[in-house]
Design a protein around this ligand. Structure first.
Ligand SMILES: [Zn+2]
Length: 77
């Protein structure tokens, strides 16, 4: 029996160049920059087909809340 589902995978652990403010826990820190993609999975863990483009995310190092990174409008230095 084959179980098919979908799951969001993330990777990457770079630190953001500039500190950001977390709206959930209030921490101001350098967020962790991640990329993520949703995949069709086999047995919940084996990614086989990507079903979304790459999403750029930033994650609060304190509470782990993820935010969608804005590609434009943020300062680039
Ligand atoms: Zn936080």
């Amino acid at each position: 029996m084959i179980i098919i589902g979908s799951r969001f995978f993330t990777w990457g652990s770079d630190r953001a160049a500039q500190p950001s403010h977390c709206g959930k826990c209030g921490t101001v820190a350098q967020f962790i920059v991640k990329r993520g993609m949703r995949f069709i999975t086999l047995f919940f863990i084996i990614p086989i087909i990507p079903i979304s483009g790459v999403r750029h995310l930033v994650q609060c190092p304190n509470c782990g809340t993820r935010y969608q990174a804005t590609a434009e409008g943020s300062a680039v230095s």
